[in-house]
Design a protein around this ligand. Structure first.
Ligand SMILES: [Mn+2]
Length: 276
């Protein structure tokens, strides 16, 4: 099954790919099931966005299916994602469906090669700034720190942040911006408008009431409507890559987390590549 409205064309404006990997999710795994669950959920939503006044029927985008990553070590998985994104971009906009958050590192490495001035916007409940976690330098809990091996701290913007260690929050203070709210300060937004941007959406940034299906839920998160409003404004940024990660279907029998993820994907595609 492919995502709602996906079809093959050359080159597509957007190329979706699933990265069903959750090997370092020590607390509650299950995000490897997310790409299939989000595609399935996408069949239940409309292709038309009444708020944007745009329709997926008017956008050429492809769905590559899932990358084979199940038995790889984390570093091998990141290599595979880097190669994949290097093939998709810059002809098309890569949109990855995780899997755990660790997958974003491969995307950032690939995009940084063609965009040395790359900025990353990380929407997440967690700072993910640990140097290592449970003996691993590369895991879902350290991925933002590994991004800082690629980018300067001033190139990283964090939104929705409400969990991490004291040390992580001290490091977060050196980033361009890191805060619990999703609102971006005017000067930071103005700066973002000048950069190529990779947007990484960890679904746990959303309030668990709206997105219970995730491995490490944190109370008092961003309402789903506020995240969707943010996504609809993406057209004013030069977005060169996107991911939606950490949806964990086993923890949400209602399926609403996957439906929300599919809606985020639709609104992102329409905001960036749709026509009114
Ligand atoms: Mn997180």
């Amino acid at each position: 099954m492919t995502f709602l409205g996906a079809r093959s064309t050359t080159p597509p404006a957007v190329v979706l790919a699933g990265v069903p990997y959750d090997a370092t999710s020590t607390f509650r795994s299950g995000s490897r099931q997310a790409p299939a669950a989000i595609r399935w959920a996408s069949q239940s939503i409309e292709a038309y966005s009444p708020i944007l006044g745009r329709d997926l029927a008017d956008v050429f985008f492809a769905d590559l299916g899932d990358v084979e990553v199940a038995n790889l070590r984390p570093d091998q998985m990141v290599d595979a994602v880097r190669a994949l994104v290097g093939q998709i971009a810059p002809a098309s906009l890569p949109l990855l469906l995780g899997g755990e958050h660790t997958i974003v590192l491969g995307a950032v490495q690939a995009l940084h090669r063609t965009h040395p001035d790359l900025a990353v916007v990380q929407i997440d409940a967690h700072t993910d700034l640990r140097e290592e976690y449970e003996g691993q330098r590369l895991s879902h809990a350290t991925v933002a720190r590994r991004i800082l091996d690629v980018l300067a701290p001033q190139s990283l913007v964090q939104l929705g942040i409400r969990a991490g260690t004291r040390e992580e929050f001290e490091l977060a203070g050196r980033l361009r911006h890191s805060a619990a709210r999703i609102d971006v300060p005017g000067p930071t937004w103005a700066w973002l408008e000048q950069q190529p941007v990779h947007l990484s959406i960890d679904i746990d940034a959303i309030d668990p009431a709206d997105a219970p299906g995730t491995g490490n839920p944190e109370p008092a998160g961003i309402p789903a409507g506020e995240l969707l409003a943010f996504v609809r404004r993406l057209g004013s940024l030069r977005v060169v890559g996107l991911d939606v990660v950490e949806v964990s279907p086993p923890y949400d029998p209602s399926g609403r987390t996957a439906v929300l993820a599919a809606t985020i994907v639709r609104e992102a595609i329409l905001a960036l590549k749709g026509t009114a």
